[in-house]
Design a protein around this ligand. Structure first.
Ligand code: HDD
Length: 722
């Protein structure tokens, strides 16, 4: 059913408490064209701010219709006149188009969706969005990298931001997390130091979006609290295949509090339903150039094509008395709680089903704050979290240029806002109440105070206590073990993943010019694992250390490996099918295979020498990194014959290098019939994930067999180990 504009006008009227008066130029300006029903989670809130430019005249910002193509001049040959208000405002607006990029997490992409609660969780939290089975709440999630600037490439090695906002019916709730369950630091005081060390060096702004430089590793090696997060970042978690193929974590210990004031300690887990998948470093590096927008494009296209990514929301639920129960401190954000100690209770899921309409208005202006909480949620005394509660509001005031950032459409709660906060730059509302103070009698005390028992208000967990203690600038002795858990992670990775950590550390440290920093870094690794330290040391000119075994152990935990489970689905994975445009039968075979893959939800791309009927992409625009698997169809041998002359249509040997590189990056590769030449020229032998089929194999059989390879995703046996 197509919604009528009347429906939306009504909806807007219902939302009128938050209507933005200056945008209200009539219903037509807000019209969006909906085919069918709204998607879950889309309550239409943003529609009241949408400007529709269909068949209208240009106006100034103050509404006067004007021509803005030519400036006002004294005669055709000028000069331009200062009087030209159209020119001046257009240029002024352009000059002010940018706001400061985020000090960290500047590069990111976001989407809308909805959260759905699995049950009524009111026994553990008074949070209304968790209060009923099946209850849906709109969400907005922004993914990001940390170190790079806004224009940096997507596939750098980094921790990835996972900032999730719930527009609940009791106000906005932000969980500003990452894709790694721990953080580098234990005290917010050190955050500027970490970021100064990791960001490009100040003398020359090099390198962009990378930790492979002296200041970063100097900081890491002098501050061992960084070791755990660093180990995660050096593993596959630092270079995910896409935003959709990574988990998210709330990291800090938070509190759930129920209406009776009973509280539990909780840690959030957001488990990807797409499965975990990561790149290998050599392909990530090439991707940075081949498609710097790889991750944001993947997210955008998946949602556009109806492949809505989902995550299951789970919590580890612990008692207040568990804070020091397991030999580490639940207030320490550098520690996980192994799932063997506390299993994850799934409480709901969220689905991203809607792309933004405007990147700046939504993604760039999204301003998250860990202090955006709702009744039923409470903080812990984690000193990193406590510092964050200040930092985010402060940074948003800086980015927005004033305190009214929560009035921007993307930041507005979807419920009315009432308080005595007033004025400031960019005030969007017209506070009608002239009694802007509490306590008052002239407005019958309104806005009234809401608390645990009145007005369904936010309240702190009654069980929270401050102990009698001296004021100290110090760290708790319960925070001082920095190496046991990094070792737990290392022990729990597959051998090939351990090798990835080794290789990543070799790469990073090979770029460090200071011998002292390289040695200090090896000393830190050696507290985690002598094996790790020796393998890295041998590649970077540092002597192999003797074991430093105080923190060594053989424990493992589950759920931390990227590659141990096959993907649950190949939907949205990209399969490159190589053809020769000189062979019409090869194109026909490719089309049949592509159709079989489409049936499975994958995205086949047929690659030929030139764009023509049946060809999606040219060899010159293709590279192995752009595909999750490669199939070469029958009748393409001329592309690979060693004696064949280079074509002017693509760089020398490009078809062969696509096959070779896909193999080297661990991807499934297959050849059909005479395309065996592609393997011969690259000396690729039959093995796991290498498929050789004869020319008569049906397209369906090929797609079925290759599907398993795509689910395996990376054939780790191809990588050298030492
Ligand atoms: Fe932070 C942004 C995640 C510690 C100060 N942080 C930011 C974003 C994410 C995180 C995902 C991007 C939000 C968005 O998409 O707009 N930060 C974390 C996590 C941390 C953490 C998971 C530790 C557990 N951050 C942290 C500390 C401080 C900050 C200790 C300061 C004391 N973070 C900021 C910031 C940013 C930010 C400077 C930059 C832009 C912004 O806030 O909105 O205030």
């Amino acid at each position: 059913m197509k919604h009528s504009i009347i429906t939306y006008t009504l909806l807007n009227a219902l939302l009128a408490h938050a209507a933005c008066p200056f945008m209200d130029g009539g219903a037509d300006l807000k019209k969006r064209d909906y085919e069918g029903d709204r998607l879950p989670g889309d309550d239409g809130f943003l529609d009241q701010f949408v400007v529709d430019d269909t068949d209208v005249y240009t106006t100034t910002d103050f509404g006067t219709p004007v021509s803005d193509r030519r400036s006002l001049k004294a005669g055709e040959r000028g000069p331009t006149l200062l009087e030209d208000f159209v020119l001046r405002t257009k240029i002024t607006r352009f000059d002010h188009e940018r706001v400061p990029e985020r000090a960290v997490h500047a590069r990111g992409a976001a989407a809308h969706g909805y959260f759905e609660s699995y049950a009524d969780w009111s026994n553990i939290t008074a949070a209304s969005f968790l209060g009923k089975e099946g209850k849906q709440t709109p969400v907005f999630l922004r993914f990001s990298t940390v170190a790079g600037s806004r224009g940096s490439a997507d596939t750098v090695r980094d921790v990835h931001g996972f900032a999730l906002r719930f527009y609940t019916d009791a106000g906005n709730y932000d969980i500003v997390g990452n894709n790694i369950p721990v953080f580098f630091l234990q005290d917010a005081m050190q955050f500027p130091d970490l970021i100064h060390a990791v960001k490009p060096q100040p003398n020359n702004e090099i390198p962009q979006a990378a930790t492979a430089h002296d200041t970063a590793w100097d900081f890491f090696s002098q501050n061992p609290s960084t070791m755990h997060t660093l180990m995660w970042a050096l593993s596959g978690h630092g270079i995910p295949r896409s935003f959709r193929h990574m988990d998210g974590f709330g990291i800090h210990t938070f509190r759930f509090v129920n209406d009776d004031g009973e509280s539990k300690l909780v840690k959030y887990h957001f488990k990807t339903k797409q499965g975990l998948a990561s790149l290998v470093w050599s392909e990530a590096l090439v991707l940075n150039g081949q498609n710097p927008d790889y991750h944001r494009e993947d997210l955008f296209k998946a949602i556009e094509s109806g492949n809505f990514p989902e995550w299951e929301v789970g919590v580890q639920i612990m008692d207040e008395s568990d804070a020091l129960r397991w030999g580490f401190d639940l207030l320490d954000p550098t520690k996980i709680v192994p799932v063997e100690l506390v299993p994850i209770t799934p409480i709901g899921k969220f689905v991203l089903n809607r792309n933004t309409m405007n990147y700046f208005a939504e993604t760039e202006q999204a301003m998250f704050c860990p202090g955006h909480v709702v009744r039923g949620i409470d903080f812990s005394d984690d000193p990193l979290l406590q510092g964050r509660l200040f930092s985010y509001v402060d940074t948003q005031i800086n980015r927005h240029g004033g305190p009214n950032f929560e009035q921007l459409p993307i930041n507005r709660p979807h419920v009315p806002v009432h308080n005595n906060n007033r004025d400031g730059a960019g005030q969007m509302m017209i506070p009608f109440n002239k009694i802007a103070y509490s306590v008052n009698s002239l407005n019958n005390g309104s806005p009234k105070e809401a608390n645990q028992t009145h007005g369904n208000g936010f309240f702190s967990a009654p069980a929270r206590r401050i102990v009698d203690a001296a004021y100290v600038r110090d760290i708790s002795p319960t925070f001082l073990d920095y190496w046991t858990q990094p070792r737990l992670l290392f022990n729990s990775l597959l051998p090939a993943e351990q090798q990835q950590v080794v290789n990543a550390a070799r790469f990073e440290l090979s770029k460090i010019s200071s011998v002292a920093v390289r040695e200090a870094s090896i000393a830190q690794f050696n507290k985690i694992s002598n094996d790790l330290a020796k393998r890295v040391a041998m590649a970077i000119g540092v002597a192999a250390p003797e074991p430093d075994s105080k923190y060594y152990h053989d424990n493992t935990t589950s759920g931390v490996s990227v590659f141990s489970e096959p993907l649950p689905t190949i939907a949205t994975l990209v399969v490159g099918i190589l053809v020769s445009t000189s062979s019409s039968s090869s194109i026909a075979q490719a089309e049949a295979i592509a159709a079989a893959f489409k049936e499975k939800g994958a995205n086949p791309v047929i690659i030929g020498e030139v764009i023509q009927e049946g060809i999606d992409q040219t060899y010159s625009a293709s590279d192995a990194v752009l595909f999750d698997g490669i199939i070469v169809v029958d009748g393409t041998q001329n592309l690979f014959a060693p004696s064949s002359k280079a074509s002017s249509l693509y760089p020398a040997q490009r078809p062969a290098s696509i096959v070779r590189d896909a193999f080297l990056y661990g991807k499934p590769v297959g050849v059909i019939g005479t395309a065996i030449e592609a393997f011969d020229v690259n000396s690729i032998e039959e093995q796991d994930g290498v498929y050789v089929r004869d020319a008569n194999t049906s397209a369906q059989d090929i797609a079925d067999e290759f599907e398993e390879g795509l689910k395996t995703f990376k054939f780790l046996g191809r990588f050298a180990m030492d």
